[in-house]
Design a protein around this ligand. Structure first.
Ligand code: FMN
Length: 179
């Protein structure tokens, strides 16, 4: 049994990427894993100030919700990110959280497999590529980890557009494939 943390970064009600995340969670739970989902909705998430105090303290000096999220990420075996594509990139809130988790950089970590789930209005293959590349920049800083899988659902723009989409089953299957 693996400890899986799913971080859903869209802030809108009826979020398509959040529904992909829910299906991934369902699949991973059905495979017997210990799964926790964190949504950034309602979270206090401030920008990184770049002070680098975290490199000595092992935590961020900003007292918002990030230190708790970071503690959960450090304990997880599998980290799953879900994000809407904004301007051919990950959402700003996902990037902000990644930057704010800089305290983790010198610490030991448990996670090995990282997944990325994305949604966008357009449905071309290139649409999520910069988000994948951006997340790879984070993964490269944790050399014991790797990008284990990505799932892109294009052609969904309005809230809940993803309902009935075959990519929901694909997200379930991806979660269920965690061994
Ligand atoms: C600020 C912003 C930028 C966006 N940029 C893109 C884009 O570059 N390409 C695209 O196909 N869709 C783009 N979209 C559409 C979203 O990716 C799409 O609505 C997606 O389904 C949102 O996912 P969510 O429901 O999980 O928030 C953008 C939406 C917003 C609000």
């Amino acid at each position: 049994m693996k400890k899986v943390i799913v971080i859903s970064t869209s802030l809108r009600p009826g979020s398509n990427s959040d529904m992909l995340a829910d299906k991934f969670v369902e699949g991973a739970k059905a495979a017997g894993h210990d799964v926790e989902k964190i949504s950034l909705v309602g979270k206090n998430l401030q920008f990184c100030k770049g002070c680098l105090a975290c490199q000595k303290l092992g935590r961020c000096v900003i007292n918002d919700d990030v230190n708790d999220i970071m503690a959960q990420v450090l304990k997880a075996d599998v980290v799953v990110w879900a994000t809407p594509i904004y301007y051919y990139e990950m959402s700003g809130q996902m990037k902000t959280l990644i930057d704010r988790m800089n305290a983790m950089y010198p610490l030991d970590y448990q996670f090995r497999d990282v997944y990325l789930l994305t949604t966008a209005a357009e449905d071309e293959e290139h649409v999520p590529q910069r988000a994948v590349a951006g997340l790879t920049g984070w993964i490269d800083c944790y050399p014991k980890s790797r990008l284990a899988g990505t799932l892109f659902c294009g052609g969904v723009n309005a809230a809940r557009d993803i309902e009935g989409n075959a990519k929901l089953q694909a997200a379930y299957d991806l979660g269920n494939s965690i061994a």
